[in-house]
Ligand binder design. Structure first.
Ligand SMILES: Cc1cc2nc3c(=O)[nH]c(=O)nc-3n(C[C@H](O)[C@H](O)[C@H](O)COP(=O)(O)OP(=O)(O)OC[C@H]3O[C@@H](n4cnc5c(N)ncnc54)[C@H](O)[C@@H]3O)c2cc1C
Length: 85
């Protein structure tokens, strides 16, 4: 829901809520990584070798936890905003 909320706000041209964007970024990064890791597991050896695209999905998904603000930094932002209350 928070991912859709942020996307809707962005599409509507509304100012983005920093806590919502950090929650969305952290969730998308972590769940994308879990989905890619599960795919490797399901494909077994074929998920690991270069002949199939699955191993690439795992590396690409990892960027979601690193690029554009790491998952740790998103959690840091969320905790800092919560500490204001
Ligand atoms: C393929 C790729 C494309 C990229 N493209 C761009 C781009 O177009 N534009 C751009 O500006 N940057 C880009 N980057 C850089 C990317 O944004 C940085 O890699 C990212 O911000 C992490 O910074 P860092 O690599 O210096 O890691 P560091 O800051 O050295 O962090 C290393 C690890 O320590 C953790 N960490 C650091 N400080 C803390 C802390 N205080 N508390 C807890 N954990 C902490 C981090 O979460 C991370 O896990 C790209 C990176 C990659 C891999």
């Amino acid at each position: 829901m928070v991912v859709y909320r942020v996307a809707h706000d962005k599409d509507s041209g509304k100012p983005l809520n920093h806590m919502h964007t950090s929650i969305a970024k952290a969730i998308v990064g972590d769940w994308g990584m879990k989905a890619a890791s599960d795919a490797v597991q399901i494909f077994g050896g074929y998920g690991y070798i270069h002949e199939y695209p699955i191993e690439r999905f795992l590396r690409d998904a990892k960027l979601g936890q690193i690029g554009g603000g790491t998952s740790e930094m998103q959690r840091f932002i969320i905790s800092r905003i919560l500490s204001y209350f």
